[in-house]
Structure formats: C-alpha cells, structure tokens
Design a protein. Structure first.
Length: 333
C-alpha cells in the first residue's frame, strides 16, 4: 500500500509543479525524493536513519579477514574455518539451511570477540545491529532449571519472530556449558533443511554457540603436539572437529549433552579455539596498549604476558585465562 501511494504521488507531481515557483518546486521535489526514500523498503536513506535488514545482506569477506587477522591472535584454525563457512553461506543466494557454528575453547581465547567481529561486519550501523543481532546469555536469559518448558516456547517464538522480520538474523548463544539440558533442542526445527516453515524461510539466519566445553580436549591435543616438537599449525582440523563433536555430546556440562543438534548433524562447524601461548598474549597486551593510548613498552608487555602464562605448571606454555584479563592488567600498570 505504501508503494502504491508513492506511485500515485509521483504520477501527480508533474501536474502539480508548474503552479509553483522555482524555489518551491525544488523544495517540493526534494521533499518528494525524501518521501520516496523513506517509503522504499530498501532505500539507503531509510537504512541510514531508521533500520534496514537488507542494507548489509552480504559480508565483505576480504574486510572481515583483515579484521580477524589484525585483532585475533593465535587462532589460525578458527579463522580459516569461519571465513570458509561465511564465504560459502554468503555466496549462496538461497542457502538450504541456516549456518550453524559452535565455538569451543578455554575462556579468553577469543570466542566472544570473534562473534562480535562477525556481528560488526554483518551490520555495520548500530541501529540495524541492535535490531537484527541477538545475543542470548544462558546465565541471564535461562537462569532457572524449573522453567525450561517456558524457555523453550519463548526461544522458539523469539527466533520465529525475528527471522520473520529479517531473514539475515544473527543469533549468538553464550555460556552454552551452563545451558539447561534439552533447552537448545527446542530450536532443532529451525536449523534443518527446510524450504520454509509456516511461511518463514530460515536459510539466511546464522547461529553461533559459544562453549567452554571441549577446551580441555583442545588444550590436551595442542600440548601433545608441542611436546612432540610439532607445530600447532599442523594440528588436523577435521580430526579435532570430530573429537569435539564426540566430547561435547558426552559432556554433561556442554549444553549439547545428548543433543539432537549433534545427533541430526545440524551443527555445520565445530570450531576449536586453541590455548594462547606467551607470544600470543604479548600481542594482546601490545594491542591493548594501543587501544588505551599508551606508548609501546616492550618490558611491560613481557612482564604482563609472562605473569599470565601459567599452564601447565611445569612448562608454563599457555595462559589459562587467555587474554581475558589483559585490559585490566594494562590499566593497572
């Protein structure tokens, strides 16, 4: 109806403007152009001033790669898989199913940070990002085990409503290791190979799960490679993904314990975030100094990084908290 009214309006414009002086005509035509932009569902002006789902419907893979390479340290495996997954999804005009990625690793290894980078590149303006990027915190949104049935209904309704409003919606679930058993299976219908469900197409949606579960297994494998004098870059991704899938399916603290998402192979990528070594923590400290506007101090960088490298007790090869506390340590230094 809005477009019909706009069409009628512009048909009448030529018959109205001769009666106006040149200045009034310019103002009139300018107002008409603004009105047209606001009525159009995908206009640049409406997207800039209000909110627009389709304004940033495809990621610039080169730009997000630069972002990840510049800001994320020690996660070559994760970055490779994520870029490949996003590229395949974005280049498909009508994906057969939503893109589902599960990030695994110790705290502070960059899982939340990377998901935020994806969100920032998917929707560059703040208003669309607030409208079409949805972050679920298990501790905040699903705190009571006794309310699981209520949460299931709420979660289904929330996803259905938001994908109806914007097919390219991003859903991020953090603290999956604290998710009540069975709750995440309520979204199984939305993640499968369906053309549409009740008239809603879900193939362009993206789901990201953030999970500390599996972090110990990833660290065990990385440490084994180091002790055998092998490079972490040589860790086979497929083998690690397979081990992660089995690990979190059996792990009661994973959020995916005996989950249908795994049984039905609905998670496209299990993405390992490796433990951070001393050299990676150094880079985190260096970047934080830059962010806080401090000059680069190599002695301070080495001091903070060395204090944070604490696992295993004998070798002190990895930071058990990743780069989680770097910002506060830089502030206090």
């Amino acid at each position: 109806m809005k477009l019909l009214n706009a069409a009628v309006f512009f048909i009448l414009v030529p018959t109205l403007t001769p009666a106006l002086d040149p200045l009034s005509t310019s103002v009139f035509m300018g107002s008409a152009a603004v009105a047209w932009q606001l009525l159009s569902p995908v206009s640049w002006l409406k997207c800039s001033l209000l909110e627009c789902c389709s304004m940033k419907d495809t990621l610039n893979i080169s730009v997000i790669k630069m972002d990840l390479d510049r800001k994320v340290f020690g996660q070559h495996l994760a970055i490779q898989i994520i870029l490949r997954a996003l590229s395949a999804n974005m280049h498909s005009k009508r994906p057969r199913k939503p893109l589902v990625m599960s990030f695994h690793g110790w705290t502070g290894t960059g899982k939340s940070f990377v998901s935020n980078i994806i969100a920032e590149n998917l929707y560059q303006l703040n208003i669309p990002r607030r409208r079409f990027v949805h972050h679920f915190s298990t501790v905040l949104h699903f705190p009571h085990l006794s309310h699981v049935h209520l949460y299931k209904d709420q979660l289904q309704n929330w996803i259905r409503g938001n994908v109806s409003a914007c097919p390219r919606s991003l859903f991020i679930f953090s603290e999956m290791d604290q998710m009540p058993h069975g709750l995440i299976d309520s979204i199984v219908p939305f993640l499968g190979y369906h053309e549409e469900i009740d008239g809603v197409y879900y193939g362009k949606a993206i789901f990201i799960f953030l999970n500390n579960a599996g972090g110990d297994k990833i660290t065990e494998i990385a440490l084994d490679y180091w002790r055998r004098l092998k490079r972490r870059e040589d860790i086979p991704v497929k083998e690690l993904q397979s081990l992660l899938s089995e690990e979190i399916f059996r792990n009661r603290n994973s959020g995916f314990f005996h989950s249908q998402l795994i049984q039905k192979n609905l998670i496209d990528y299990f993405i390992p975030f490796l433990p951070l070594e001393y050299k990676h923590v150094r880079e985190c400290v260096r970047e934080e100094l830059r962010m806080q506007g401090h000059p680069v101090d190599e002695d301070l960088i080495a001091e903070i990084a060395l204090a944070m490298t604490d696992y295993p007790r004998e070798e002190r090869l990895y930071s058990s908290n990743g780069c989680k506390t770097v910002a506060s340590r830089v502030t206090l230094s």
